[in-house]
Design a protein around this ligand. Structure first.
Ligand SMILES: C[S@@+](CC[C@H](N)C(=O)[O-])C[C@H]1O[C@@H](n2cnc3c(N)ncnc32)[C@H](O)[C@@H]1O
Length: 328
Protein backbone atom coordinates (compact mmCIF):
# COMPACT_ATOMS: atom_id res chain seq x y z
CA UNK A 1 0.00 0.00 0.00
CA UNK A 2 1.36 3.39 -0.97
CA UNK A 3 1.99 5.71 1.96
CA UNK A 4 2.56 9.34 1.22
CA UNK A 5 5.26 11.53 2.66
CA UNK A 6 5.61 15.19 2.65
CA UNK A 7 8.56 17.46 2.68
CA UNK A 8 8.47 20.49 4.94
CA UNK A 9 10.02 23.86 4.19
CA UNK A 10 13.43 22.61 5.25
CA UNK A 11 13.03 19.73 2.86
CA UNK A 12 12.76 17.12 5.61
CA UNK A 13 10.78 13.97 4.92
CA UNK A 14 7.77 13.47 7.10
CA UNK A 15 5.69 10.37 7.23
CA UNK A 16 2.19 11.22 6.21
CA UNK A 17 -1.00 9.23 6.06
CA UNK A 18 -3.98 8.87 3.82
CA UNK A 19 -5.05 12.42 4.65
CA UNK A 20 -2.08 13.75 2.75
CA UNK A 21 -2.96 14.31 -0.88
CA UNK A 22 -0.80 12.40 -3.30
CA UNK A 23 1.67 14.44 -5.30
CA UNK A 24 -0.31 13.14 -8.25
CA UNK A 25 -3.07 15.43 -7.07
CA UNK A 26 -1.14 18.32 -5.57
CA UNK A 27 1.45 19.19 -8.19
CA UNK A 28 2.16 22.84 -7.67
CA UNK A 29 -0.04 23.10 -4.58
CA UNK A 30 1.48 23.72 -1.12
CA UNK A 31 1.67 20.56 0.96
CA UNK A 32 -0.30 20.41 4.17
CA UNK A 33 1.75 19.84 7.34
CA UNK A 34 1.07 16.57 9.16
CA UNK A 35 2.35 15.47 12.59
CA UNK A 36 4.17 12.17 12.78
CA UNK A 37 2.08 9.64 14.72
CA UNK A 38 3.31 6.58 16.66
CA UNK A 39 1.88 4.42 13.92
CA UNK A 40 3.84 6.37 11.32
CA UNK A 41 7.05 6.06 13.29
CA UNK A 42 6.63 2.29 13.47
CA UNK A 43 6.99 2.28 9.68
CA UNK A 44 10.51 3.58 10.03
CA UNK A 45 11.52 1.99 13.34
CA UNK A 46 14.99 0.56 13.42
CA UNK A 47 16.60 -2.66 14.54
CA UNK A 48 20.22 -2.64 15.68
CA UNK A 49 23.03 -5.08 15.21
CA UNK A 50 26.61 -4.50 16.24
CA UNK A 51 26.27 -0.73 16.19
CA UNK A 52 24.46 -0.61 12.82
CA UNK A 53 20.78 0.34 12.42
CA UNK A 54 18.38 -1.34 10.02
CA UNK A 55 15.07 0.09 8.86
CA UNK A 56 13.32 -3.14 8.11
CA UNK A 57 13.07 -6.61 9.54
CA UNK A 58 14.06 -8.28 6.32
CA UNK A 59 16.16 -5.94 4.15
CA UNK A 60 19.80 -6.87 4.70
CA UNK A 61 21.53 -3.47 4.51
CA UNK A 62 21.63 -0.85 7.30
CA UNK A 63 20.20 2.65 6.76
CA UNK A 64 22.21 4.56 9.37
CA UNK A 65 24.37 7.62 8.89
CA UNK A 66 27.39 5.60 7.83
CA UNK A 67 25.33 3.89 5.13
CA UNK A 68 23.85 7.18 3.97
CA UNK A 69 27.35 8.60 3.56
CA UNK A 70 28.38 5.49 1.66
CA UNK A 71 25.34 5.78 -0.62
CA UNK A 72 26.15 9.42 -1.38
CA UNK A 73 29.73 8.49 -2.30
CA UNK A 74 28.46 5.60 -4.40
CA UNK A 75 26.05 7.97 -6.17
CA UNK A 76 29.03 10.14 -7.15
CA UNK A 77 30.87 7.05 -8.40
CA UNK A 78 27.88 6.02 -10.57
CA UNK A 79 27.84 9.51 -12.08
CA UNK A 80 31.56 9.44 -12.80
CA UNK A 81 31.09 6.09 -14.53
CA UNK A 82 28.38 7.69 -16.70
CA UNK A 83 30.53 10.75 -17.51
CA UNK A 84 28.46 13.04 -15.31
CA UNK A 85 25.08 11.70 -16.48
CA UNK A 86 22.42 10.36 -14.14
CA UNK A 87 21.30 7.63 -16.50
CA UNK A 88 22.57 5.52 -19.34
CA UNK A 89 19.23 6.22 -21.07
CA UNK A 90 18.93 9.40 -23.11
CA UNK A 91 16.31 11.44 -21.33
CA UNK A 92 14.19 13.80 -23.47
CA UNK A 93 14.11 17.36 -22.12
CA UNK A 94 10.31 17.30 -22.03
CA UNK A 95 10.09 14.17 -19.84
CA UNK A 96 7.14 14.68 -17.52
CA UNK A 97 6.89 11.94 -14.89
CA UNK A 98 9.39 9.47 -13.48
CA UNK A 99 9.76 7.07 -10.54
CA UNK A 100 12.89 6.20 -8.51
CA UNK A 101 12.28 2.94 -6.66
CA UNK A 102 14.33 2.33 -3.46
CA UNK A 103 15.68 5.87 -3.56
CA UNK A 104 17.81 5.65 -0.38
CA UNK A 105 19.23 9.10 0.41
CA UNK A 106 17.36 10.50 -2.59
CA UNK A 107 20.57 11.90 -4.11
CA UNK A 108 19.71 10.57 -7.55
CA UNK A 109 16.06 11.70 -7.44
CA UNK A 110 17.00 15.18 -6.25
CA UNK A 111 19.69 15.56 -8.91
CA UNK A 112 17.21 14.37 -11.56
CA UNK A 113 14.57 16.80 -10.31
CA UNK A 114 17.08 19.64 -10.49
CA UNK A 115 18.12 18.78 -14.05
CA UNK A 116 14.56 18.27 -15.27
CA UNK A 117 12.66 20.89 -13.32
CA UNK A 118 9.41 20.36 -15.28
CA UNK A 119 9.39 16.65 -14.54
CA UNK A 120 7.44 15.20 -11.63
CA UNK A 121 9.83 12.90 -9.75
CA UNK A 122 8.36 10.35 -7.33
CA UNK A 123 10.99 8.72 -5.11
CA UNK A 124 10.03 5.77 -2.95
CA UNK A 125 11.63 3.67 -0.24
CA UNK A 126 10.65 1.51 2.70
CA UNK A 127 12.36 3.96 5.03
CA UNK A 128 12.76 7.68 5.41
CA UNK A 129 16.10 9.29 4.97
CA UNK A 130 16.46 13.02 5.50
CA UNK A 131 17.54 14.98 2.47
CA UNK A 132 18.25 18.60 3.35
CA UNK A 133 17.13 20.34 0.18
CA UNK A 134 14.44 18.99 -2.08
CA UNK A 135 13.33 20.61 -5.34
CA UNK A 136 9.58 21.34 -5.49
CA UNK A 137 9.04 18.78 -8.26
CA UNK A 138 10.48 15.85 -6.21
CA UNK A 139 8.14 13.88 -3.95
CA UNK A 140 9.22 11.22 -1.48
CA UNK A 141 6.86 8.44 -0.49
CA UNK A 142 7.16 5.41 1.74
CA UNK A 143 6.30 2.46 -0.42
CA UNK A 144 7.31 -1.18 -0.42
CA UNK A 145 7.99 -2.13 -4.03
CA UNK A 146 7.20 -5.79 -3.21
CA UNK A 147 3.56 -4.80 -2.79
CA UNK A 148 1.19 -3.89 -5.62
CA UNK A 149 2.04 -0.48 -7.02
CA UNK A 150 -0.93 1.87 -6.76
CA UNK A 151 0.08 4.84 -8.90
CA UNK A 152 -2.75 6.24 -10.95
CA UNK A 153 -0.78 7.84 -13.80
CA UNK A 154 1.88 6.10 -15.92
CA UNK A 155 5.57 6.97 -15.78
CA UNK A 156 7.84 7.86 -18.71
CA UNK A 157 10.85 6.38 -16.94
CA UNK A 158 11.47 4.16 -13.91
CA UNK A 159 14.86 3.94 -12.19
CA UNK A 160 16.04 1.10 -9.93
CA UNK A 161 19.60 1.33 -8.71
CA UNK A 162 21.45 -0.67 -6.07
CA UNK A 163 18.51 -2.94 -5.29
CA UNK A 164 20.23 -6.31 -5.53
CA UNK A 165 19.12 -8.41 -2.56
CA UNK A 166 15.95 -6.37 -2.00
CA UNK A 167 13.48 -8.78 -3.64
CA UNK A 168 12.86 -12.48 -3.92
CA UNK A 169 10.63 -12.21 -6.98
CA UNK A 170 12.11 -9.79 -9.49
CA UNK A 171 9.68 -10.78 -12.24
CA UNK A 172 6.82 -9.63 -10.00
CA UNK A 173 8.55 -6.30 -9.31
CA UNK A 174 9.35 -5.73 -12.99
CA UNK A 175 5.76 -6.65 -13.87
CA UNK A 176 4.58 -3.82 -11.60
CA UNK A 177 7.05 -1.51 -13.35
CA UNK A 178 5.71 -2.61 -16.73
CA UNK A 179 2.10 -1.95 -15.63
CA UNK A 180 3.09 1.57 -14.57
CA UNK A 181 5.15 2.56 -17.62
CA UNK A 182 3.58 4.31 -20.57
CA UNK A 183 4.00 2.48 -23.88
CA UNK A 184 7.50 3.30 -25.10
CA UNK A 185 8.63 4.18 -21.55
CA UNK A 186 11.86 2.77 -20.10
CA UNK A 187 13.09 1.04 -16.98
CA UNK A 188 16.78 1.49 -16.14
CA UNK A 189 18.44 -0.84 -13.65
CA UNK A 190 21.94 -0.36 -12.30
CA UNK A 191 23.99 -2.37 -9.82
CA UNK A 192 27.54 -3.23 -8.86
CA UNK A 193 28.82 -6.81 -9.01
CA UNK A 194 31.12 -8.41 -6.42
CA UNK A 195 34.68 -7.20 -5.81
CA UNK A 196 37.36 -8.93 -7.89
CA UNK A 197 41.04 -9.23 -7.18
CA UNK A 198 43.07 -10.64 -10.10
CA UNK A 199 45.11 -13.76 -9.33
CA UNK A 200 43.01 -14.16 -6.23
CA UNK A 201 43.34 -17.65 -4.74
CA UNK A 202 40.10 -19.49 -4.11
CA UNK A 203 40.99 -19.50 -0.40
CA UNK A 204 41.65 -15.75 -0.22
CA UNK A 205 39.65 -13.85 2.36
CA UNK A 206 37.92 -11.98 -0.47
CA UNK A 207 36.76 -15.26 -2.04
CA UNK A 208 35.54 -16.53 1.31
CA UNK A 209 33.74 -13.22 1.92
CA UNK A 210 32.08 -13.15 -1.52
CA UNK A 211 31.06 -16.81 -1.30
CA UNK A 212 29.64 -16.46 2.23
CA UNK A 213 27.61 -13.35 1.36
CA UNK A 214 26.23 -14.88 -1.85
CA UNK A 215 25.25 -18.06 -0.07
CA UNK A 216 23.70 -16.26 2.93
CA UNK A 217 21.62 -14.06 0.62
CA UNK A 218 20.53 -17.08 -1.43
CA UNK A 219 19.50 -18.80 1.81
CA UNK A 220 17.51 -15.71 2.81
CA UNK A 221 15.49 -16.05 -0.42
CA UNK A 222 16.66 -12.64 -1.71
CA UNK A 223 19.82 -13.34 -3.67
CA UNK A 224 22.48 -10.73 -4.16
CA UNK A 225 24.30 -10.78 -7.46
CA UNK A 226 23.22 -9.73 -10.91
CA UNK A 227 20.73 -12.39 -11.97
CA UNK A 228 17.94 -9.81 -11.76
CA UNK A 229 19.57 -7.92 -14.64
CA UNK A 230 19.39 -10.87 -17.04
CA UNK A 231 17.43 -10.33 -20.23
CA UNK A 232 15.11 -13.28 -19.61
CA UNK A 233 14.03 -11.96 -16.20
CA UNK A 234 12.94 -8.66 -17.74
CA UNK A 235 11.35 -10.40 -20.71
CA UNK A 236 9.37 -12.64 -18.37
CA UNK A 237 7.79 -9.43 -17.06
CA UNK A 238 6.90 -8.20 -20.56
CA UNK A 239 9.80 -5.75 -20.97
CA UNK A 240 12.31 -5.74 -23.85
CA UNK A 241 15.98 -5.16 -23.12
CA UNK A 242 17.23 -2.52 -25.53
CA UNK A 243 20.70 -1.90 -24.12
CA UNK A 244 23.03 -3.27 -21.49
CA UNK A 245 26.52 -2.25 -20.57
CA UNK A 246 29.16 -3.31 -18.05
CA UNK A 247 31.95 -1.04 -16.83
CA UNK A 248 35.03 -2.38 -15.11
CA UNK A 249 35.83 0.04 -12.30
CA UNK A 250 39.26 -0.04 -10.64
CA UNK A 251 39.17 0.07 -6.84
CA UNK A 252 41.76 2.62 -5.72
CA UNK A 253 44.25 4.59 -7.75
CA UNK A 254 46.25 1.80 -9.39
CA UNK A 255 44.96 2.58 -12.91
CA UNK A 256 47.19 5.20 -14.61
CA UNK A 257 44.20 6.94 -16.27
CA UNK A 258 43.43 10.02 -14.07
CA UNK A 259 39.68 9.70 -14.66
CA UNK A 260 39.76 6.10 -13.50
CA UNK A 261 41.75 7.18 -10.47
CA UNK A 262 39.00 9.62 -9.51
CA UNK A 263 36.22 7.05 -9.79
CA UNK A 264 38.55 4.43 -8.27
CA UNK A 265 38.96 6.44 -5.07
CA UNK A 266 35.20 6.78 -4.64
CA UNK A 267 34.54 3.17 -5.56
CA UNK A 268 37.19 1.94 -3.10
CA UNK A 269 35.64 3.90 -0.22
CA UNK A 270 32.20 2.61 -1.16
CA UNK A 271 33.47 -0.97 -1.44
CA UNK A 272 35.42 -0.97 1.83
CA UNK A 273 32.58 0.70 3.74
CA UNK A 274 30.20 -1.75 2.12
CA UNK A 275 32.03 -4.82 3.44
CA UNK A 276 30.43 -4.56 6.87
CA UNK A 277 27.13 -3.14 5.57
CA UNK A 278 26.63 -6.09 3.21
CA UNK A 279 27.82 -8.92 5.43
CA UNK A 280 26.89 -8.24 9.04
CA UNK A 281 23.22 -9.08 8.99
CA UNK A 282 23.44 -11.65 6.21
CA UNK A 283 26.14 -13.80 7.83
CA UNK A 284 24.95 -13.58 11.44
CA UNK A 285 21.32 -14.21 10.57
CA UNK A 286 21.47 -16.73 7.75
CA UNK A 287 24.76 -18.57 8.31
CA UNK A 288 24.81 -18.24 12.12
CA UNK A 289 28.21 -16.58 12.15
CA UNK A 290 29.27 -14.74 15.28
CA UNK A 291 29.55 -10.98 14.90
CA UNK A 292 33.26 -11.06 15.76
CA UNK A 293 33.91 -13.64 13.03
CA UNK A 294 32.23 -11.41 10.45
CA UNK A 295 34.32 -8.46 11.62
CA UNK A 296 37.47 -10.55 11.54
CA UNK A 297 36.74 -11.63 7.96
CA UNK A 298 35.97 -8.23 6.52
CA UNK A 299 38.97 -6.79 8.35
CA UNK A 300 41.16 -9.31 6.56
CA UNK A 301 39.46 -8.56 3.23
CA UNK A 302 40.18 -4.85 3.78
CA UNK A 303 43.81 -5.71 4.41
CA UNK A 304 43.96 -7.83 1.23
CA UNK A 305 42.39 -5.12 -0.91
CA UNK A 306 44.63 -2.33 0.33
CA UNK A 307 47.96 -4.19 0.18
CA UNK A 308 50.56 -2.41 -1.98
CA UNK A 309 50.56 -3.69 -5.54
CA UNK A 310 47.03 -5.18 -5.60
CA UNK A 311 44.71 -4.21 -8.45
CA UNK A 312 41.17 -4.90 -7.31
CA UNK A 313 38.15 -3.89 -9.35
CA UNK A 314 34.39 -4.09 -9.38
CA UNK A 315 31.99 -4.30 -12.29
CA UNK A 316 29.16 -1.85 -12.67
CA UNK A 317 26.15 -2.90 -14.76
CA UNK A 318 23.39 -0.96 -16.48
CA UNK A 319 20.37 -2.34 -18.33
CA UNK A 320 17.66 -0.41 -20.16
CA UNK A 321 14.39 -2.22 -20.83
CA UNK A 322 11.44 -0.77 -22.68
CA UNK A 323 7.71 -1.34 -22.78
CA UNK A 324 7.08 -1.86 -26.45
CA UNK A 325 3.65 -1.55 -28.14
CA UNK A 326 1.73 -4.77 -27.85
CA UNK A 327 2.09 -5.03 -24.06
CA UNK A 328 -0.03 -3.16 -21.57
C1 LIG B 1 21.65 0.09 -1.56
S1 LIG B 1 20.36 1.23 -1.33
C2 LIG B 1 20.34 2.08 -2.91
C3 LIG B 1 19.69 3.43 -2.79
C4 LIG B 1 19.59 4.24 -4.10
N1 LIG B 1 18.79 3.57 -5.10
C5 LIG B 1 20.93 4.59 -4.66
O1 LIG B 1 21.31 4.06 -5.71
O2 LIG B 1 21.64 5.40 -4.01
C6 LIG B 1 18.91 0.21 -1.46
C7 LIG B 1 17.65 0.94 -1.02
O3 LIG B 1 16.54 0.10 -1.33
C8 LIG B 1 15.59 0.26 -0.31
N2 LIG B 1 14.68 -0.92 -0.32
C9 LIG B 1 14.94 -2.16 0.13
N3 LIG B 1 13.87 -2.96 -0.03
C10 LIG B 1 12.90 -2.17 -0.60
C11 LIG B 1 11.55 -2.41 -0.99
N4 LIG B 1 10.98 -3.62 -0.81
N5 LIG B 1 10.85 -1.40 -1.53
C12 LIG B 1 11.42 -0.17 -1.70
N6 LIG B 1 12.69 0.11 -1.33
C13 LIG B 1 13.42 -0.87 -0.79
C14 LIG B 1 16.42 0.36 0.96
O4 LIG B 1 15.72 0.91 2.03
C15 LIG B 1 17.59 1.23 0.47
O5 LIG B 1 17.34 2.59 0.69
Amino acid sequence: MEQHLEVNEQGVWKTGNDRVPSPENVMGAPLESVQESDEDRSQTSTESLGGRSYCSADYYMPNDEAEQTRLSITHQAYMQILDGQLTMSRIPTDISRILDVGTGTGDWAIAFGERFSNCEVIATDIATFQPERVPPNVYFEIDDAKEDWTYTKPFDFIHMRGLTGAFSDWVAVYSEARKHLRIGGSLEIADFGTIKNPNDASDSYLSIYNGACLSAAAKSGKPIGLDHMEKQVLEAAGLSVVRSRTFDVPLGTWNPDPRKQTVGKMALISALEGLEAISLRLLTRHLDWKEEDVRDLYGKVTEELTRPGVRPSISCHFVIARLLPGYS
